[in-house]
Design a protein around this ligand. Sequence first.
Ligand code: CXF
Ligand code: ZN
Length: 365
Amino acid sequence: MQAYAAIIESQGGKFVLDNVDIEEPRDGEVLVKIAAAGMCHTDLTVRDQYYPTPLPAVLGHEGSGVVEKVGRGVTTVKPGDKVVLSFSYCGTCPSCMKGHQAYCPSLFPLNFMGRRLDGSTPIRRNGEEVNACFFGQSSFATYSIATENNCIKVADDAPIELLGPLGCGIQTGAGTVLNALQPAPGSSIAIFGVGSVGLSAVMAAKASGCLKIIAVDRNPTRLQLARELGATDIIDATNTNAQETIIALTGGGADYAIDTTAIPQVLRSAVDSTHTMGETAVVGGAKLGTEFSLDMNNMLFGRKLRGVVEGSSTPQVFIPQLIAMREAGLFPFEKLCTFYDFDQINQAVEDTEVSGNAIKAILKM
Ligand code: CXF
Ligand code: ZN
């Protein structure tokens, strides 16, 4: 069938909107009419080829919409169901079977290769193959081929255009706190970078009963929003030493730190801002091969550093939980969102990365 898609044709290029042909869903696949799709920083790092997804490609990995058609063997969703699309995982390896889908060893090929595992792609333009299957969806398009695994059914009356970002950025920030770090009430936490991931972590830290929630960024507007969403302290790192300030505010260092920036020096200062036995989570996706250093004696004192992918989420469980938290007033993530028409995708990019005015841009198809 025909669809309208945003295609990245070359490294660092703009999105080009064009008509494409999309295949019928194969066994285990789901054709989704996309209502809206959030823009995540990873779409832009792949545009810049920090990760080697082959181009031309249809990106987009925070899609939401309505099931149009299902392939053979699909039993958990049916045409007419509203769904949020999340990341793709195999579902059968030991990590997936233990509920650690975000650590599926096939995560990279399934989400970044631009193809199904058999090497095929469901999208063509003028007869030429276009790379797709990005995060099992490629949802910067009016229709998407997803898999049963990464379709999360939501209620018929759910505000579907808002919910796509739960599939990646928002679950990444919230899950880093709620699933991975699990701070006890009364804990202190420092969050470096308050874009959509960091602000989701701020809301989750507040919901967890953290008593000191310290937001660090260089953007005053984002810092003000962090305060509104639950940060007890904000640090503008443009002119303040974040590490020293956090150590002073917490009387020796934070119990937890999160680096969302993927900048080696910022990750280093996140670790160095923690108390003895403090724990730091690295969640930002840096360019492949990026290294950073730590002070070994500082680590000796019980400090921990862990990587967290997609908030260590089991999306089928965690996304409905976040929707319920929003309904209860505990997780007002709509405050991060700015809506754009699909045609304005390049404006959304500019507002996200140049002016920073958009925190979570959502494209409405
Ligand atoms: C990514 C970061 C790199 C690893 C997979 C998940 N986050 C999504 O945007
Ligand atoms: Zn993402």
